[in-house]
Design a protein around this ligand. Structure first.
Ligand SMILES: *Cc1c(COP(=O)(O)O)cnc(C)c1O
Length: 481
């Protein structure tokens, strides 16, 4: 068969469209979309036929490829891919608990149910069921946040970056805000405290040096233009060695003695006292409120383990002013966020159930418990060894991290699993794990080996994880690395 003859065998689009095997596709996708996909597939075959130029085509193979059935099989795959959402779930085996690139905090079951409720029906988002009048969307969570933090009032916005913007805008616009040079943080994604201050019309007054800021440094900077004293939690780094940070209570006393309010950007903002159970040195939000800080802000999806949100707490007079700030309308949280946040706060209020919040559970899970989980998974892999060849596994001790710019110096000993395959480079193996058809596995390379850390694997994801590994192995058996 020459090229001309090969091309003659290509069917017309309408013939493929009218073929009986096309019916299921037409039932699932718009007619126009199916027709276009068939056209694309025929175009691809037309290009392919040119490769046969000056070669003898294996007639049987070609006729099979251009059959409507074969074309429709490929079209089905194309359409499936096109209509698969780009945003999908992955298995986090990096050991980084609050992984910003992987969506930070997975929600608790209660929280997920609340999101579904808010998303799938009408709700009393801004409606008072008692008097039938307009209510406030902020009312649903305010009291809970106050009970959990000891604050007089609270306000929720889209994220903590929005909270920082709002606080500066309300508390220091047109004036000066004093910040220690040791706290001029870049949080990542080019979000820098000095830039946010500028965007909110505040003049930044830096005091002290990178490693030392004394009370007298703050005192010297105070003048008639001063509006706010700021303390930023250096969440994602620590200055160690020859350092001095003004103690919070001294700073608050000084500011209040001069009639200036104090704002603390806590970054993560823990409601659970991790330090009390021996994990890291993060102070709770309540501690800042107890220290009489006027306004505190923190994230909803870092150590708190809830949805993306920025939570502002503190003196009622300030929060009331912020509620009336026009920026609030632009920064307000969505109903699904509020539903998820409220459910997460309920877990905290129910004391024992805070461990149902995945971030809290992952952070506090004991090394022994993780070792048991690791061994169990390892056993399952050994029992069905053939399904996983050529992958080989070995249990290792690995470090997990908090991530999300929280507790940068805290590492949690965790059982992990080193995975390798004869002749396959670790970066290639990682790529294969990320591109399995089912649920991608995200791991990392430690000492030139792929290591999968079990601390961040959700409890109900173990079977999915094993399936994904199996798919990776099956692929490896078909190709050479
Ligand atoms: C993470 C962080 C922010 C930003 O919080 P988002 O919720 O990510 O917007 C602001 N300040 C500090 C100190 C942080 O650590």
């Amino acid at each position: 068969m020459n090229k001309r003859e090969a091309l003659r065998n290509l069917p017309a689009v309408h013939r493929v469209l009218n073929h009986a095997a096309c019916a299921p596709l037409l039932g699932a996708y718009p007619h126009q979309v199916v027709a276009m996909a068939i056209g694309d597939e025929i175009d691809r075959l037309r290009v392919a036929s040119t490769h046969y130029e000056n070669h003898d085509i294996d007639d049987g193979v070609w006729l099979n490829q251009v059959s409507p059935e074969s074309i429709l099989t490929n079209v089905g795959q194309r359409l499936k891919q096109r209509f698969t959402p780009s945003l999908r779930n992955v298995l986090n085996l990096t050991g980084v608990i609050v992984h910003t690139n992987l969506g930070r905090a997975p929600l608790s079951k209660r929280s997920v149910e609340a999101v579904c409720m808010a998303a799938s029906s009408y709700s009393n988002l801004e409606f008072n069921l008692l008097d039938g009048k307009r209510g406030s969307r902020h009312g649903h969570v305010e009291e809970r946040i106050c009970r959990l933090t000891g604050a007089e009032a609270a306000l929720v916005v889209n994220n903590n970056a929005a909270a920082v913007l709002l606080v500066f805008h309300e508390m220091a616009k047109g004036g000066e805000a004093i910040v220690s040079r040791g706290q001029l943080v870049e949080i990542g994604g080019s979000f820098r405290i000095p830039d946010v201050m500028e965007a909110s019309g505040v003049t930044l007054v830096e005091v002290g040096t990178t490693n030392k800021t004394k009370l007298a440094d703050y005192q010297r900077a105070m003048n008639e233009n001063t509006k706010l004293v700021v303390r930023v939690h250096t969440s994602n780094y620590r200055i160690v060695g020859f350092t001095e940070e003004t103690p919070l209570n001294e700073l608050v006393n000084l500011a209040h003695a001069n009639d200036f309010p104090v704002y603390e950007d806590l970054g993560s903002g823990a409601l659970f006292d991790f330090e009390a159970v021996g994990i890291g040195d993060e102070k709770t939000v309540r501690r800042s409120i107890d220290a009489e800080v006027d306004v505190v802000s923190f994230s909803g999806d870092k150590l708190l383990g809830g949805p993306q949100a920025g939570i502002v707490v503190g003196r009622k007079a300030w929060i009331d002013r912020m509620k009336k700030n026009p920026l609030v309308r632009a920064l307000r949280p969505d109903k699904m966020t509020l539903a998820a946040l409220e459910a997460t706060l309920i877990e905290y209020e129910l004391e024992q159930q805070k461990y149902r919040i995945p971030v809290v559970r992952m952070l506090t899970e004991s090394e022994e418990a993780l070792q048991a989980r690791g061994s169990q998974i390892f056993e399952r892999l050994q029992v069905e060894k053939v399904s996983f060849a050529p992958l080989t596994f070995c249990l290792v001790v690995d470090d997990a991290r908090v991530g999300g710019g929280a507790l940068p110096l805290t590492s949690l000993a965790t059982t992990g699993m080193a995975v390798s395959a004869e002749g396959c480079q670790p970066d290639h193996l990682l790529l294969l794990m990320r591109t399995v058809p089912n649920v991608p596995i995200v791991g990392r390379i430690v000492n030139d080996k792929v290591v999968l850390n079990f601390r961040t694997l959700m409890l109900d994801e173990e079977s999915t994880f094993i399936e994904s590994l199996e798919q990776c192995a099956a692929f490896l058996r078909r190709i050479v690395c």
